[in-house]
Design a binder for this molecule. Structure first.
Ligand code: GLU
Length: 360
């Protein structure tokens, strides 16, 4: 009762000020529909194919990602208004390959402020799929909340026949607005499936069913705008939290790829170029070559550079490797953000090893 009254007053005031919000920033639109009985969901829009535009409805490859604004995306799915009140915030509008750690840090700080508002039930982030899992993992490690955070994308541009974005967006809002979604960390939603940000990865560059979590499985699915979760809320083993509320810049961490005859000195070059840590996308479970390991050992012992051994295979478990830090289940792109956050927190190589090994 009191919650409804307070939320009515709050959002009525907000609704009376659309012009004010527009004047303050053309990127921000306030709750565009309001019904006191519905939960409030904030959508942060980053761009990607879900906001992609092509001049032909049959074009699904050659299109401009990050072209359509959040208000247009929401307008295209009127059913959203049956599930929640929406506030849309356009943070960036680019292909996700253009996003930087600074963009992701900025998004995180916006979300931290948003989830602190008592009347916000959940968060949706619209995002390009190419680096979606990186942002989702970062949010999972930095936004310490039981409120649902759902990162959503699309594989077909908004102008395509059978565009998947509108249904994905509707489903993401449904999940963010549902009480069943509380306490499940950051989730990734595409193609009617709900995955944990900790485990889900993009597995195919073109197909609609690209996001998978083969080993850990999905958290749930959506049918007729009803989220069905397979298990009660749980936290992934080894999930850590990092406080970035006062962080202004993240340390540089580079990823090196493993292959037959790899150049051992690329690791040194990366450090000379400013890397404060390295992640290796090793062969198999994390193999690096003998000459490569020699260089890595030197960087660890002489320059105290933390080096995480991960795997170029999609799944697998990287155990102890030489003097490096095993990534355990984390793929290189997720391990990179974990290492950046660990270095940012001032942790020693031993501390970082302990953090990664929490997964095991
Ligand atoms: N490369 C673009 C991006 O990641 C388009 C891919 C997509 O969103 O599916 O934003």
């Amino acid at each position: 009762m009191w919650r409804s009254i307070i939320s009515f007053l709050f959002f009525s005031v907000a609704l009376c000020q659309p012009f004010l919000f527009q004047k303050r920033s053309s990127n921000i639109s306030d709750f565009i529909s309001f019904n006191a009985s519905l939960p409030n969901v904030t959508i942060f829009a980053m761009g990607g194919t879900i906001a992609g535009y092509a001049s032909s409805s049959t074009e699904t490859v050659d299109y401009a990602a990050g072209s359509v604004g959040i208000a247009t995306l929401v307008d295209a799915v009127p059913a959203i208004k049956n599930f929640s009140n929406i506030r849309g915030v356009q943070v960036t509008n680019v292909g996700s390959e253009e996003l930087t750690p600074a963009n992701v840090l900025n998004l995180t700080q916006l979300i931290l402020a948003e989830v602190a508002k008592p009347d916000v039930h959940g968060i949706v982030v619209t995002h390009g799929t190419d680096s979606l899992e990186e942002t989702a993992m970062f949010l999972d490690m930095t936004v310490n909340t039981t409120k649902p955070i759902v990162v959503v994308g699309a594989m077909r541009p908004s102008t395509a026949i059978s565009a998947d974005g509108p249904m994905n967006l509707l489903n993401a809002v449904v999940v963010a607005a549902s009480n069943r979604s509380i306490g499940r960390g950051t989730m990734i939603l595409l193609n009617d499936r709900i995955g944990s940000a900790f485990y889900t990865t993009k597995t195919n560059g073109n197909m609609l069913d690209t996001f998978k979590s083969y080993e850990a499985g999905f958290l749930g699915m959506i049918l007729d705008q009803r989220p069905h979760f397979f298990y009660s809320p749980a936290t992934p083993t080894g999930k850590v939290h990092f406080d970035v509320s006062n962080t202004t810049e993240l340390p540089a961490v580079e990823i090196l790829y493993g292959y037959q005859g790899l150049n051992p000195n690329l690791a040194k070059a990366a450090v000379d170029l400013g890397a404060k840590g390295l992640v290796l996308a090793g062969m198999g479970a994390a193999s690096w070559t003998d000459p490569g390991n020699e260089v890595i050992d030197g960087l660890i012992s002489n320059q105290s550079i933390p080096v995480v051994y991960s795997h170029r295979t999609m799944d697998g478990f990287s155990d102890y490797y030489y003097n490096g830090i095993p990534s355990y289940f984390q793929n290189p792109q997720k391990a990179r953000y974990m290492l950046m956050l660990s270095i940012n927190a001032g942790y020693s190589i031993q501390n970082i090893t302990d953090i990664f090994s929490l997964e095991y």
